[in-house]
Every structure is written in C-alpha cells, then in structure tokens.
Design a protein around this ligand. Sequence first.
Ligand SMILES: Cc1cc2nc3c(=O)[nH]c(=O)nc-3n(C[C@H](O)[C@H](O)[C@H](O)COP(=O)(O)O)c2cc1C
Length: 136
Amino acid sequence: LLAELLAADVVLVGAPMYNYSLPSTLKAWLEYIHVPGVTSASGEHTPPLAGRPAVLVTTRGIAYDEGTHTAGWDHGIPVLRLVLGSALGMSLSVIEVNLTMAEHTAESESRISRARAELAQAHQTATALASRLAPA
Ligand SMILES: Cc1cc2nc3c(=O)[nH]c(=O)nc-3n(C[C@H](O)[C@H](O)[C@H](O)COP(=O)(O)O)c2cc1C
C-alpha cells in the first residue's frame, strides 16, 4: 500500500467526519500504511513520502469553530495531519466543508447560507488544487 502511495502523483483522501473522528474504513487504511518504526522511520531519517502532495477533503454535519463549545471536537483531521504529514512527510492541503446537514436539520437561514458558501468555496479550491497538482 505504501508503494501505491509512492507511485501516485497526488493522493486524494475523502474524510467525512463520523462520530467526531474518521470513518472506520479510513482508519483501517491508516493502520496498513503507517506502522510506526516500520513504514516510517524515527529520529532524523527523511520520511518515506517526504514532500509528496496529498489533498484531504473533510465534510462535517455541524461546525467546529474556534471559540464555540464544539471547538476541538474534531479527532479526524488532526490524526491525518499527524500520520500523513508529520510521520510520512506528505505535503498536505485540507479542504473543509462544515454544516453539510444544515438543510436537513433545524438550522437557521444564515447557517444554511454558510453551508452553501463553504461548499462553493470548496469546489473552487479543489479546482485550483487540481490544476496545480495534477495538470492535464
Ligand atoms: C455514521 C455517521 C456519523 C456521523 N458523525 C458526525 C459527527 O460526529 N459530527 C458531524 O459533524 N457530522 C457527523 N456526521 C455527518 C457527516 O459528517 C456529514 O453528513 C458528511 O457530510 C458525510 O459525508 P458523506 O455523505 O460523504 O458520508 C455523521 C454521519 C454519519 C453517517
């Protein structure tokens, strides 16, 4: 699996928030690609995927803004940053979309507008990253 990552021009990871963390299938993949001390070196060695680009796309039903009571409840993206970024050395870009459930729950109009704006912004960021990281 690590060899597949080595062969890729760019790695795209879809990481919807499930129960404040990563979907179990994605977590299982991490256990295959990152076995500390085996697939990543400790100490001063260069990480195995140093500088290779990865794009993380995260969607969450609600929001986890700084200064609100849900701040710090995201236990998914921080893990991906540690494993793919710190341990394996990849160069990460993160696209984040909050409030994806806003239209289906009793959210205010302003929260629904924010959800739509974040989704539109995410599409723009994705398009820009695609042309930079994987030019046709
Ligand atoms: C099993 C499950 C657990 C979820 N847990 C959370 C959660 O803890 N926090 C949150 O904000 N959204 C949660 N959601 C909502 C999803 O993060 C959100 O709907 C996301 O957009 C799902 O993306 P998907 O449709 O690609 O699976 C959960 C959804 C599912 C299916």
